[in-house]
Design a protein around this ligand. Structure first.
Ligand SMILES: [Zn+2]
Length: 215
């Protein structure tokens, strides 16, 4: 049993990278969000426990997240390889993952830390535009409308949501960095951290990760 961990904040391209790796490798994508949804649906005891926290608007505790991960892993072959996305989020989760893997003679091989210059992140994150009438989503760089400021579908006016303003985004980036700093230190100490320059195209980021995986 093997695992890699994907670390990347808003706009770092973690979603795109995990889609790429799903196609190019046999790593099983395990995202905390998907897993929580699955656990709720399954109605398993731990799923119900998580549900109670979520319905109360509380964070799901590390111990519950870890049991959900354990349940997920127990569904696959002992030789399976996983990529964790959105997990671990805290040092306690990281330590719990270590223990879980040790008990099953597994190893965490690499922690890929997607690094993007702040200026590039801002360009990516402030570029989103939404149609006022139909809600279609565009991006000034990635998915530009045919005519600036106008929806391709119905000619509606495109606007920038308050969530996508520079101040809000800077704040989200800061929160992410603060939350992740201890994890980065934890994996650096274990010599598992692989910094990946992710400021260019998704293909380049993917290729850099594949290089390390095949080394
Ligand atoms: Zn529209």
């Amino acid at each position: 049993m093997e695992a890699i961990i994907l670390l990347g904040g808003p706009g770092a391209g973690k979603g795109t990278l995990s889609e790429f790796l799903k196609k190019q490798t046999d790593f099983i994508h395990v995202s905390t969000g998907d897993m929580l949804r699955a656990a709720l649906k399954s109605g398993s005891p731990v799923g119900l426990e998580a549900k109670a926290f979520m319905e109360a608007g509380a964070l799901v505790p590390d111990s519950v997240i870890l049991r959900i991960i354990e349940e997920r892993i127990s569904q696959e072959a002992a030789s399976a390889r996983y990529m964790f996305d959105g997990f671990p989020r805290t040092i306690d989760q990281a330590k719990g993952l270590d223990l879980l893997f040790k008990n099953k003679s597994g190893t965490v091989k690499h922690v890929f830390n997607l690094i993007v210059p702040r200026e590039t992140l801002l360009k990516r994150l402030t570029g989103r535009r939404v149609c006022k009438s139909c809600g279609a989503v565009y991006h000034l760089i990635n998915i530009p409308p045919k005519k600036a400021g106008v929806c391709d579908v119905d000619g509606g006016e495109l606007y920038q949501r308050a969530d996508d303003s520079e101040d809000t985004i800077l704040n989200r980036l800061e929160v992410y960095e603060k939350q992740t700093a201890p994890l980065i230190e934890f994996y650096q100490k274990q010599k598992l951290l692989r910094d990946i320059a992710a400021g260019h195209s998704a293909a380049e980021t993917g290729a850099a990760v594949l290089d390390i995986l095949s080394a």
